[in-house]
Design a protein around this ligand. Structure first.
Ligand code: ADP
Ligand code: MG
Length: 446
């Protein structure tokens, strides 16, 4: 089986894929799609940028289209009526960040016919609009856990009809920050369902945890042991001061050719703000993205970055997972990432779909040994580079006062117990959710 046409997909779906320029399924698609269509649970690990999204979206689209093709009697899949008003979605996709939930739904819309109705739901947007959209439940809901629970708790979203659950970036979803929410969601779903987990990284704990949510899953591991696409070149610099760190980022950003884009990751929001302000001599070309920005700002910035209006995006790990942005040719890590998975996912914003990319780490002398240990663990090769001639920094843009937070007021470090947080995808404001303890709102470093 080497083409989408060989996969026995509905002819119009295969046609759409070909029209979009996709002819050959990627290895994870080849492995997962037939198994998902047989009705089995799946736990799939495949490197960043290898097409995991369509590996779970195509089975959803195909299932709906097959049932439509069969259905003559009125029912939830009947062409005329669409899903009945009392019903909820049949397909639920969970994602760790708002941007990723939106991106997945956009990807679905690219390939699904109008009859595969869908909605993305996430925090930071007016919930009333989602209440209205759910009055006529879509077949597919893509969302972040907190907002899904809010909607389920208020009775606007009925999850009792979900027969197909996907967790994208599953290891992060089952990580401490989300686990309780996920468990609450699972309790609202029928036991009789298919559950698919996808990620580029899985830790040992997650495997055990996943077993409680899945039934005899097919385990798919594409390129096991290789955590990063082979089209990515890894390199690092050792610097003596933050001043040089910032100048080096500036120099690397300026080395790009027209149309090429960069992402720069920092481990804390205040560093993103500070760095963006230092680089901000040309504000039109640099944007920043953290969980502190309003959702409208986040979407504007990411939209401008996708459209090429902003060439460089400085971000926290809120942008590290799943985002698929064309022409990101370099990923810069402003300091050593807090763990290997973070390095893998940030880096994976480049080198997608077999394209070439580079990743640069900027380290202090004391971080070098730890980094080299990480490199050995990840089985990647890296090169230490000599500092280039550094370009002078522009005059710093003033830091918006409302944006600034004293770093000393952010006590949590990920090295502390409980420090690993939920990537800012899900600040739910102060709305109290039925059943949740008051004050349960999470705060994120990202
Ligand atoms: P992952 O979730 O594994 O990180 P994505 O699903 O975001 O990767 O896909 C990465 C890129 O590859 C996207 O731009 C997507 O359009 C593209 N892509 C997906 N499937 C194929 C395919 N079969 N052939 C070519 N490109 C593909
Ligand atoms: Mg993905």
């Amino acid at each position: 089986m080497s083409t989408f046409a060989d996969m026995n997909l509905q002819p119009s779906l295969a046609q759409r894929l070909i029209q979009a320029g996709l002819t050959t399924p990627t290895p994870v698609q080849m492995a997962a799609i037939p198994v998902a269509l047989e009705g089995r649970d799946i736990m799939a690990q495949a490197k960043t940028g290898s097409g995991k999204t369509l590996a779970f979206l195509l089975p959803i689209i195909e299932q709906v289209m097959r049932r439509e093709a069969l259905s003559t009697a009125p029912g939830p899949y009947a062409k005329s009526g669409g899903p009945s008003h009392s019903a909820g979605p049949k397909f639920l996709v969970l994602a760790p960040t708002r941007e990723l939930a939106l991106q997945i739904e956009m990807e679905l819309r690219k390939y699904a016919p109008a009859s595969v109705t869908s909605l993305s739901v996430y925090g930071g947007t007016p919930i009333e609009r989602q209440y209205r959209a759910l009055q006529r439940p879509p077949l597919v809901v893509v969302g972040t856990p907190g907002r899904l629970l809010d909607l389920a708790g208020s009775g606007h979203l009925k999850l009792g009809g979900v027969t197909f659950l996907v967790m994208d970036e599953a290891d992060q979803m089952l990580d401490r920050g989300f686990l309780r929410d996920i468990q609450r969601i699972i309790r609202l779903l029928p036991a009789e369902r298919q559950t698919l987990l996808f990620s580029a990284t899985f830790s040992g704990d997650i495997q055990t945890l996943a077993q409680s949510m899945q039934r005899d899953p097919a385990r798919i591991a594409v390129d096991p042991g290789i955590n990063s696409p082979t089209t990515i070149v890894h390199a690092y610099y050792v610097v003596q001061s933050d001043q040089v760190r910032t100048q080096l980022v500036h120099t690397l950003l300026h080395a790009l050719k027209g149309g090429e884009r960069s992402m720069v990751f920092c481990d804390q929001k205040y560093k993103v703000r500070r760095l963006a302000a230092h680089l901000g001599g040309e504000p039109a070309s640099i944007g920043s993205l953290t969980g502190n920005h309003s959702q409208a700002q986040r979407e504007r910035t990411l939209g401008a970055f996708r459209a090429g209006k902003i060439r460089s995006l400085v971000a926290t790990d809120v942008a590290a997972r799943g985002l698929d942005i064309q022409d990101v040719v370099q990923v810069i890590h402003y300091e050593l990432p807090t763990n290997p998975n973070s390095y893998v996912h940030r880096t994976g914003r480049t080198g997608r779909a077999e394209k070439e990319g580079s990743t640069f780490l900027i380290l202090s002398q004391s971080e070098e040994r730890e980094y080299l240990r990480m490199v050995r663990q990840l089985k990647i090769e890296t090169t230490k580079l000599a500092l280039p001639v550094l370009a002078a920094l522009p005059t710093p843009a003033p830091m918006p006062a409302s944006d600034y937070q004293d770093p000393r007021a952010r006590p949590r470090r990920s090295s502390e117990p409980g420090g690993r947080r939920s990537f800012g995808g899900e600040n739910r404001g102060s709305a109290h959710r039925p059943g949740a303890p008051v004050g349960a709102t999470r705060h994120s470093r990202y």
